[in-house]
Design a protein around this ligand. Structure first.
Ligand SMILES: NC(=O)c1ccc[n+]([C@@H]2O[C@H](COP(=O)([O-])OP(=O)(O)OC[C@H]3O[C@@H](n4cnc5c(N)ncnc54)[C@H](OP(=O)(O)O)[C@@H]3O)[C@@H](O)[C@H]2O)c1
Length: 331
């Protein structure tokens, strides 16, 4: 059987479409599905806290983001053990927005990768989201104990039934990604969602290069490094233990001081250009062809990120930020 839509030719890079869709947010073509993939979107993870207060803040933030023109929202069955999906479904049902202009992504937990579990998870997610179909479903992370062919087979059946617009993966290595693609008969993996920011790069193991060359959109999560790349924690405030735990390989004591010094240099660079520091973080990713998935816990943060997105740094500025983050001394 042939793939329903042919994969983009090898070596063809995924390039943003020329015209922004809304609020200056452009989009990437997807190999499968009817919608283009917005280049910037909001994640509803909320650091996994989901206290009552977090829930109220997240709701206000999501409502504001829809109003402000954000169209891509990312959730998962594990976020708040379903509360995140339910909240998004509830916000959509109360808003004027019927969802057709939005791009909704959810994820099947790494604990639910057996075929029957995949179906139950996706059906459960659709119920919580209050929808008959979702634009994109990702495998949240691989499970070495479950053959990927079983998981992808179950997802492909759901895709054929129209419950899922397209299929993607998250936190997959190059080998895992290739195996996931090979397991699909009539469709293809369209997205790999990975941690990706100026200080945390996937180029080492070639995942991002492989995706770019094969028309797979890279969704970059933690683009702001929990706020550091928007100027947070650079003037005395220190990350909470939960933030440190999440990004421990970057925020551990040995590396932290150097990272803060480099981030301060990037902030100076932005100041010199008269642009928000986050512009550099976001557009460094965009220039690398990634779709940027940021987090926010307050409406003002959404506004700041949209404002940062609206300021496009020059290539020279992005190159200099790249050198600073790599620790390359100025020639
Ligand atoms: N697939 C996966 O395994 C995976 C893993 C992690 C995340 N994700 C997805 O990616 C999304 C984003 O991840 P993330 O939350 O780690 O990304 P992030 O954008 O690096 O961090 C978001 C945090 O940065 C701070 N922030 C936002 N705007 C700011 C601003 N203008 N100034 C200063 N600080 C600002 C906020 O911290 P405070 O809330 O503390 O104010 C916000 O919660 C998640 O919601 C989730 O959807 C996926």
């Amino acid at each position: 059987m042939t793939k329903k839509q042919p994969a983009a030719p090898a070596k063809k890079r995924v390039a943003p479409s020329a015209e922004p869709t809304s609020k200056g947010i452009d989009s990437y073509p997807l190999k499968v599905g009817t919608k283009a993939h917005p280049a910037l979107g909001l994640g509803l993870w909320s650091l996994g806290r989901w206290t009552r207060e977090d829930e109220v803040k997240t709701r206000t933030t999501v409502e504001h983001a829809i109003h402000a023109g954000v169209s891509w929202f990312d959730t998962a069955e594990v976020y708040g053990t379903g509360r995140s999906e339910r909240l998004l479904g509830d916000v959509l049902s109360r808003s004027q927005n019927d969802g057709s202009q939005l791009f909704l992504t959810t994820k099947v937990s790494w604990e639910h990768l057996r075929a029957a579990q995949v179906r139950a998870a996706v059906v459960g997610s659709l119920q919580k989201l209050g929808r008959r179909t979702v634009d994109l479903v990702l495998v949240h992370a691989p499970d070495a104990h479950v053959p990927i062919a079983e998981t992808m087979g179950a997802l492909e059946t759901l895709w054929k039934e129209g419950k899922v617009g397209a299929i993607g993966v998250s936190n997959f290595s190059l080998e895992e990604l290739a195996a996931a693609r090979a397991a699909l008969q009539e469709t293809d993996v369209v997205v790999n969602q990975v941690v990706y920011n100026l200080f945390d790069r996937e180029d080492g193991d070639g995942v991002v290069d492989y995706c770019r060359q094969n028309g797979i959109v890279v969704e970059a999560y933690t683009p702001l490094l929990r706020g550091i790349l928007a100027g947070r924690y650079l003037d005395g405030e220190t990350p909470s233990p939960e933030v440190r735990r999440f990004a421990h390989h970057l925020l551990d004591r040995d590396r932290y001081d150097t990272l803060v010094a480099q981030a301060r240099s990037i902030r100076e660079l932005a100041k010199g250009e008269g642009i928000p520091m986050a512009s550099i973080a976001l557009h460094w990713l965009r220039r690398r062809g990634a779709a940027v998935l940021f987090g926010a816990s307050r409406p003002e943060q959404v506004d700041e990120i949209l404002d940062a997105w609206a300021h496009r740094p020059s290539d020279a500025v992005l190159d200099r930020a790249d050198e600073i983050a790599r620790g390359t001394p100025r020639a």
